[in-house]
Design a protein around this ligand. Sequence first.
Ligand code: PRX
Length: 645
Amino acid sequence: MQTYADFHRQSIEDRDAFWAEQAKRIEWETPPQQICDYSNPPFARWFVGGRTNLCHNAVDRHARDRGDATALIAVSTETNTEKSYSFSELQREVERMAASLQSLGVQQGDRVLIYMPMIAEACFAMLACTRIGAIHSVVFGGFASGSLSTRIDDAQPKVIVSADGGSRGGKPVPYKPLLDEAINLASHKPDAVLLVDRGLTAMQLVEGRDHIWSDLRTKHMDAQVPCVWVDSTTPSYTLYTSGTTGKPKGVQRDTGGYCVALATSIPYIYGGKPGETFFSTSDIGWVVGHSYIIYGPLIGGMATIMYEGLPTQGFDHQPDGGIWWRLVAKYKVSVMFSAPTAIRVLKKQDPEHLKKHDLSSLKALFLAGEPLDEPTAKWISEGLNGKPIIDNYWQTETGWPILSVANGVDNVAATSPRFGSPGVPMYGYNVRLVDESTGLPVETADAKGVLTVEGPLPPGCLQTVWGDDHRFVNTYWNKMEDPAGGPARWVYSTYDWSRRDADGYYFILGRTDDVINVAGHRLGTREIEESVSSHPNVAEVAVVGVADNVKGQVALAFVTVKNSEGLDTEEQRAALEKEIMRQVDADLGAVARPARVHIVTALPKTRSGKLLRRALQAVAEGRDPGDLTTIDDPSSLLNIKSMVS
Ligand code: PRX
């Protein structure tokens, strides 16, 4: 039996041999000639010369070997539907979708934007794209026209796949009007829009542009569309994520590296086996949805559940705080993945809901996306009768865990979880803590540093920022010259603070930048500020993330107005606050809506005019704002303090 530390060391010190072995977990049309080409750092090219296809590995290979095994289970408590697809059935649906996309002009390398609720067709669309070598770009269905139009302009999709709407708590949520508005706002216009008509909300079709999925599906009922073998380094998808600027970054993923990384993570990290069921409660609009609703479980030969609905409402729209556990019992889920926020929501429910169902199939619950607090971890661990609750830490950029607990398979020993820590570096990640200002390693146990990864990043991580190599290098990488004259080292920054204890366990201490995490959703404060500032009476705005018991963080906006006439009463200010919130809803979507908009007379700034964001955040959280020697007008902060307390 090999220790995990040895296994990890081999992945770094004997990188190519390690990943050459792992590459055998997937099927290649042509095997790779070179494992990692790092001749142009920080760009890493994995499995060079290899040709493969994500859809082949997720669907066709299993359809060929175990065609009747369940692949996709689409459950909607919103529309009271449950439907399972075997691997063979999934392949046929994907071929129909692929043929439909081709009939709308989609070719290899074209982008297809997917703006959809959590329905089976969204899965067909993603797989259909990778099947034919088109690049998908899924945009979270909760985003509004402003966010959607920026992404349309950046991705320049040939076709957009969408639906009439989603549904939340039994109420239809129209998508089509938001999509039409986004296309209007965007400079790039797609050639065609393919719409799933769920019969939830009426749709105005645009003649010549809009097509209905059921029509095209019928037309392509018997279509056979072979998987297109692509070079391992060919982009498979882009997924937008927030950073410090208002412009979202398109994280670009390759094909072979991602496929191998996911195929490896299913046994080593998540402990999943072919034939078992994986249930991730995330959404296809986020990275967890890409890696652990769609690709990971399917590549691993597992069935995956797509769930549309609230965690607290069951079938027939009846309150059911145990709906997830009902599904775990019914579909014999072995691996479950969620976010701490979701568990905090469930905590308000009677714990008996957990006990009512037979959870014997469940091996572990994985939580990621935001810090896992002790009361939440304890509550769920007790509720699940001591089943392992595993915190894992990663990012949209990496696509799979940086820190987690090793599961212990294939002669590699497991690591044990440690409370409050998402664990130890996963194989392939050469993690280092560095001092923010000097860039030097932080070696002392429990000292705080920035969590970085020395290049090359392992397979599956972002290749670059879509269309902007410069931004990729400038945003994420630091070049560290070797004082002894050796080759420079390139270091990737996660933008997270962290500390490591004496035993090598890492603890995440929050972001170093202006990204906030609301209910597990990553949002850029700059994007929210841009939307707030577009209100005609807003002069200046600062948005900060503030600790919240349920959502982890919420956004608070502080604004100064151009004209304070008519803002004398509480009601008048409340009306303006509502207008600003509506503005954010319309631009970005309700997920980004600040919890409060405080109208203030001045924002705290330094004498040189720089906003004292951290001081503002500290005051809003009722903490000491720290050193204020540089503040221009101390009364600005005092006013804010009286307002939020
Ligand atoms: O700040 C870290 C936080 O979420 C960020 C990444 O968010 P996103 O790109 O949406 O990817 C989520 C993938 C699970 C990180 O930079 N974060 C993620 N996981 C954890 C976490 N913070 C604390 N503990 C975690 N387990």
